[in-house]
Each structure stands twice: as C-alpha cells, then as structure tokens.
Design a protein around this ligand. Structure first.
Ligand SMILES: *Cc1c(COP(=O)(O)O)cnc(C)c1O
Length: 402
C-alpha cells in the first residue's frame, strides 16, 4: 500500500484484521447489486421479492458449506454479537426444567461474557472453567470438573480474538457429552471461520456463531448454526415470521448475500489465506521479539503453530503503556489494537491477558497485531521498523537522560 512518487503520502499498514476486514471487491459489488437492483423484500410474492429470496437462500447454502452444516440449520443475525447473545439466551430459556447453570471460559468475547453476566443478574449461575496459564488452553478434565447435573450450556470460543489460542473444541465437546449427553455446547467461531477448517459434525457442537465482517464480508451480519433436534428458543426479537419464525425482522438482504459470497470465497481460499497470514505474522514476530523487553503473549507459534490463529500476534513491551505505543504507531500509519477493539479507549487491562496469568502491568503494556490479506512483506518490515522507533521514543520519554 505504499505510494511511490509521492513524498507526502505515508505508508499505511493495517494490522487489525481481528477487529474487522476490508470487504472483498467482488462481495462489495454483489452488495451494491442487491441494494440497487434486487431490492425486494424476500417475503414478497412478486418477482423482485422472489429474486431477493433466492439471494438469501443461496447465501444460506454458502454459509452452511463453510462450516459443514445443512442450510436449514443456519439462521442469519445482525452479527457475531447477536448470534452469541441468542445462543446463550435461547439455550438457557428453553431448558429451565433441567437447570440454570452454564459454563463459559474466562476469556470469552464480551458478547458471551457480558451476556453471561446479565444472566447471573437474572438468577442463572455461571462457572468459569480453568484455563492453562500462559497459553489459555482448556483441558477436557477442567471442563468436566466444572460440570453439574443442572448444567444446561457450555460456551467456549474456538479461537480467542486477542491471543489467538485455538481450542480443541471436538475433544472438549466429546468429553462433555460423554458425561452428559443432554448438555448443550456452543462455540463462538467468529475468529476461527476462514482460517481454521470448521465442520460442525466433526466438532459435535449444537450451536456455533460466525460473523461476516471478520471474513472480508460486510458488517452487521452474521449467523448462528443451530443443530436440528434439541430444545432451543427463538431469537431476541418479536415480530414477523422471518428465519422460520426464529428471528423476526426483514432480512438484511444485501448483507446476507455479501456474507454468503464472502463465506464461499473464504472456504475456497482458506489454506492460502492462512499460509499468507502466518508468513506475515511470523515475519513480524521475528522482528519485534528481537527487541529487548518485548515478550509474546499466548501460545508460541514457532513451537505450536496449530494452536494459534495464523494471523495473530500479541506482545507486551516492558515499561511502556500499550495505548501510548498504539497512538505512536497510528501516527506512523501502522494500525494495531490494544486488548480487544471493544475495550480500547477504556484503560481497563484486557480480561483475556489477566485470565492467562499476565500481571496488570503486562496486560496494560500489550498490543495485538492481526495480519491478513492485504499485508505484504514490505508492509510488515515497515511495521517492525516503526515499532522499534516508537518503543525507543517512548522509553526515552519515560527515562530522559538515559
Ligand atoms: C468480532 C467478534 C465477535 C462479534 O462479532 P460482530 O459481528 O462484530 O458482532 C464475537 N466474537 C468474537 C470472537 C469476535 O472476534
């Protein structure tokens, strides 16, 4: 993304793909087509309505294919957040006869964490499963230890959005269901989709959340996979009979068709995208981990590449405030994130880093860089160079005269 020939234009390097991605140009074209030409309401009987309906149902098949589901098991939502909210509330509300207990991990996305907290205020009980310090890996034994006869739901994310830890959801789900075949298993797979192969049958999960804008699709649309054949309640809205009477409200047709195409491309490109992101991430880490006082948070991808999202890097820098470094990098055109995008701006240390045993200081001196499609080797080298310069600048500022 450099602009040769212009001395004023600054190179910009987007290293925040875990926060969101740029819409794929083919996807953007399709969204536009459905805004301007195929603008019908999918519930209308006439031709323009039928064309919109066809788009929605094609997208449902494309999204289903990305995760090995049946189209009838896919319910479109306004994004990953709504899918997570619905998963928790739909499962708990429909199974009160069994109990009021649910299990989550301590480093879930706020869409799960805050919903669980809200459920506690409504009289439900939540247990946070133990995680391995440093990596955040969850062992089946830890999950079994947290289960009770009245446990209705287990919700554990497939890939963490801050430190990129990949959980063995198939093993966790199998262990839980061996102990209690009726326990419902949900996984937030928003970060996994498009980078880690996902097959709901192989995973054995009942519910799975994904989001379009993390896989080069438009924002404001996502999906909840709901396996056929267990007790699960309708969505959060009351109104029309859309989404087989499970989620009221006129469908976001342009968003849904864009999500569908983005999912199809993601399935096709998964291996290449993962390999590219990994190459960029590893190049970046080799550069910044050479600096004194810079430490990696989470699984070491040079030892266990399969246990970390290929695009995720998260580092702490001794003696430096993450937010200050973030702002310096922003001025240099390098776009990263401190903690998760949703909590930056507030100076709360990341709940994810605290959950894996980081001190408050380490957590507050951390930054996340998440690499993806548009990053090049030159971009990464520029990001490393600016990282080095910014760290030197901030350290001088903190200790003048040294
Ligand atoms: C981004 C994200 C979400 C929220 O998805 P939205 O579509 O932005 O609402 C949920 N979970 C994880 C792990 C995410 O990274």
């Amino acid at each position: 993304m450099s602009e040769k020939g212009s001395r004023t234009a600054m190179r910009t390097v987007y290293c925040d793909h875990a926060a969101t991605t740029r819409c794929h140009p083919e996807v953007a074209r399709l969204v536009y087509e459905f805004l301007t030409e195929h603008y019908g309401n999918p519930s209308s009987i006439h031709a323009v309505g039928r064309r919109a309906r066809k788009g929605v149902e094609e997208a449902r098949a494309q999204v289903a294919a990305l995760i090995g589901a049946q189209p009838g098991e896919i319910f479109f939502t306004s994004g990953g957040t709504e899918a997570d909210n619905w998963a928790l509330r739909g499962a708990m509300a429909a199974n009160r006869a069994k109990g009021r207990h649910l299990i989550i991990s301590p480093f879930e996305h706020h869409a799960v964490l805050d919903t669980a907290e809200a459920l506690v205020r409504e009289g439900y009980e939540v247990t946070l499963v133990d995680v391995e310090p440093g990596t955040g890996i969850i062992r089946p034994e830890a999950l079994l230890a947290a289960m009770r006869p009245d446990t209705v739901l287990i919700s554990i994310m497939a890939v963490n959005n801050e430190i990129g830890t990949v959980q063995d959801i198939a093993a966790l789900c199998a262990a839980a269901k061996a102990k209690d075949p009726d326990v419902i298993f949900h996984t937030d797979a928003v970060q996994a989709a498009g980078y880690v192969p996902l097959d709901v049958k192989a995973l054995g999960v009942d519910l799975l959340s994904i989001s379009s804008h993390k896989i080069y699709g438009p924002k404001g649309v996502g999906a909840l996979y709901v396996r056929k054949g267990f007790r699960f309640g309708p969505g959060l809205t009351t109104g029309g009979g859309q989404e087989r009477k499970m989620r009221a409200g006129t469908e976001n047709v342009p968003g849904i068709v864009g999500f569908g195409l983005a999912a199809e491309i993601a399935a096709r490109e998964l291996e290449r995208r993962a390999a590219h992101a990994r190459e960029m991430r590893d190049r970046f880490l080799r550069g910044v981990l050479a600096i004194e006082g810079v430490r990696l948070n989470g699984v070491d991808p040079f030892v266990h590449p399969e246990l970390r999202h290929p695009g995720n890097a998260n580092v702490s820098v001794d003696g430096i405030e993450g937010e200050a470094l973030l702002l310096r990098l922003d001025m240099a055109g390098v776009y990263a994130s401190s903690g998760s995008a949703c909590t930056s701006g507030s100076l709360q240390p990341s709940h994810v880093l605290l959950a894996v045993g980081c001190s408050r200081e380490e957590a507050q001196s951390s930054l996340r860089f998440s690499f993806g499609e548009e990053n090049t080797a030159e971009d990464v080298d520029y990001a490393v160079e600016q990282f080095v310069k910014s760290v030197e600048f901030l350290r001088k500022l903190a200790a003048p005269g040294r």
